[in-house]
Design a protein around this ligand. Structure first.
Ligand SMILES: Nc1ncnc2c1ncn2[C@@H]1O[C@H](COP(=O)(O)OP(=O)(O)O)[C@@H](O)[C@H]1O
Ligand SMILES: O=P(O)(O)O[C@H]1O[C@H](CO)[C@@H](O[C@H]2O[C@H](CO)[C@@H](O)[C@H](O)[C@H]2O)[C@H](O)[C@H]1O
Length: 490
């Protein structure tokens, strides 16, 4: 490993966006490095876009790192928190007398990120990294960026009060579904318009060389790891309009819950921060986006045999989750029964492109209504799976789970936990019902008429959440586990 790879091997696994938490890193390698800016000749900074391949449990995942390099051994105080460490200037030899640089996360360096915006504005598609602008409207440049501090799977930079640049961290070859669906939904009043993107060739893993079963025996000494396949044009970042008046749906819902918990004896619809009107409007916005997706992109109807395969995949995910999170084991039987009931329905299932990771943190309330964000799908799922057509009820189930999350998460460690369990249930039920009614009234299917399908999707999401929390926020593991326990009991 180079000195820089050593620094990255210590830094990458500590980042919020690193998806492989909890598993040892077997190897880390810089797979490609693209120079966006090089002022090193005059003692200035460099900006490089790195694709870093990280191997864990024999599988390779690729991550994007915006690498800043500055000469010397220290950074100014405003960048110190972004430092990875000191190394010999990469690519310029490491012998005596070679230059020493500080490597750091350039997402925090507004001087460097301004070049990303300028290149998108110039629609500069000439080099190995394509900077593309959407449509004829100019993109404003010269704006300073600030990295958002939200708990995120990616990194979002806010430029002035005009744009956000979402830097995709885990890279999957091809067009990112967030860019794909956001551009397909251009014109929807529930989606923030995209203004451009950045892309570069990223390798996918090819086939594993050795053949099992009937294939020819592997050559002696053959490397059993998957060989990198050809480079595929891959989205690295998306530029989108910044929604100035946006308030996170999660924050609004959590405020309403807090208000209820602070009003002993009040019913959720009577407490000052009643959220049910917003929940109904959110249901309507969701139905509107589902309709727009169905108009713009292919739809299909799954035959009962394919529905059974879907249910079997849910069971498989459960089996894997039980191995990683043994606390799930007591509920495995009722979860399995729900998936089986879905398989036994013997009904065709209409499918289309959907959001795929729908929850209150993916929607913001603006002065013009609810806006849906982040059409990337579940960050941990392979991209082919995330592009697959699915039932819109999957998104409905995701949001219903989120009402449950909003109601329960403040119970953890609350001194009145027992007394508040009832109000928490009532809050979740009121908002689940309001969302479902808004969804149906705006032309979506009636969720309550599809209980078996909905329950299977809700359980599947809850199993995903158990794994997500175990890996990312163990203190929250109780939230989905308690929901599963309650669902299983009812
Ligand atoms: N266009 C935007 N305008 C204002 N805030 C935004 C915008 N896009 C994202 N955000 C904020 O950033 C948060 C994270 O964005 P998201 O796209 O969900 O990133 P991630 O996939 O990393 O979770 C959102 O919950 C929202 O609060
Ligand atoms: O927003 P992301 O794409 O990063 O989604 C991941 O992280 C979410 C948490 O930030 C996680 O959502 C879970 O917690 C939310 C509250 O923080 C809650 O609203 C959701 O209902 C719950 O699923 C999401 O599952 C994960 O993919």
């Amino acid at each position: 490993m180079t000195q820089l790879e050593d620094l990255l091997a210590a830094w990458v696994p500590r980042q919020r966006w690193f998806a492989g938490k909890g598993l040892p890193v077997e190897a880390l390698r810089i797979e490609s490095a693209h120079t966006v800016l090089d002022r090193s000749d005059s003692g200035g900074p460099e900006l490089r876009i790195l694709v870093v391949a990280v191997s864990q449990r024999g599988e390779t995942a690729r991550y994007q790192v915006l690498l800043g390099l500055r000469p010397g051994t220290t950074l100014d105080a405003d960048l110190a928190h972004a430092a990875m460490g000191v190394c010999a200037a990469p690519g310029r030899g490491s012998g005596p007398g070679s230059a020493t640089v500080v490597a750091y996360d350039a997402a925090h360096d507004a001087e460097l990120t301004s070049h990303l915006l300028a290149r998108i504005a110039a629609d500069d598609g000439a080099g190995p990294v394509g900077f593309r602008r959407i449509g004829g409207a100019p993109v404003r440049t010269g704006l300073r960026s600030i990295a958002m501090t939200a708990e995120q799977s990616n990194t979002t930079l806010v430029f002035g009060e005009e744009y956000v640049l979402k830097i995709f961290r885990r890279l999957w070859p091809g067009k990112n579904p967030d860019l794909e669906l956001t551009t397909e939904l251009a014109g929807s009043r529930h989606v923030a318009p995209a203004h451009g993107w950045i892309e570069a060739g990223v390798r996918a893993d090819g086939a594993v060389p050795e053949q099992r079963g009937t294939g020819p025996a592997p050559a002696e000494g053959a490397d059993p790891r998957p060989r990198p396949g050809p480079a595929v044009p891959t989205t690295l970042a998306m530029l989108q309009r910044y929604l100035r008046s946006a308030t996170d749906g999660w924050v609004l819902a959590a405020t309403s819950v807090r208000d209820l918990y602070g009003s002993p004896g009040a019913a959720p619809e009577e407490a000052g921060g009643d959220f049910s009107g917003e929940a109904a409007r959110l249901g309507a916005a969701t139905a509107s986006v589902h309709r727009a997706l169905a108009r713009a992109l292919p739809t299909d109807v799954l035959a009962p045999d394919d529905v059974r395969l879907l249910a079997a995949a849910m069971e498989r995910r459960l089996d894997l989750a039980v191995v990683d999170v043994p606390e799930l084991r007591p509920y495995a039987a009722p979860l399995r029964a729900a998936f089986q009931a879905f398989a036994d329905l013997d009904d065709p299932l209409p499918v289309q492109r959907v959001h795929g990771d729908y929850h209150l943190g993916q929607v913001v309330r603006t002065d013009t209504g609810w806006i849906l964000l982040d059409f990337e799908g579940e960050p941990a799922a392979p991209v082919e799976e995330r592009r697959r057509l699915s039932s819109p009820l999957r998104d409905v189930a995701g949001m219903l789970r989120s009402f449950d999350y909003a109601a329960r998460h403040q119970l953890i460690g609350h001194i009145d936990e027992e007394a508040l369990a009832g109000p928490a249930r009532a809050w979740a039920q009121l908002n689940r019902d309001a969302f479902s009614a808004g969804y149906e009234d705006s032309g979506g299917v009636a969720p309550e008429k599809h209980q078996v399908v909905l329950r299977a999707f809700e359980y599947d999401k809850a199993v995903y959440e158990v794994l997500y929390e175990a890996r990312n926020r163990p203190a929250w593991l109780r939230v989905p586990l308690d929901s599963i326990a309650a669902l299983a009991a009812g």
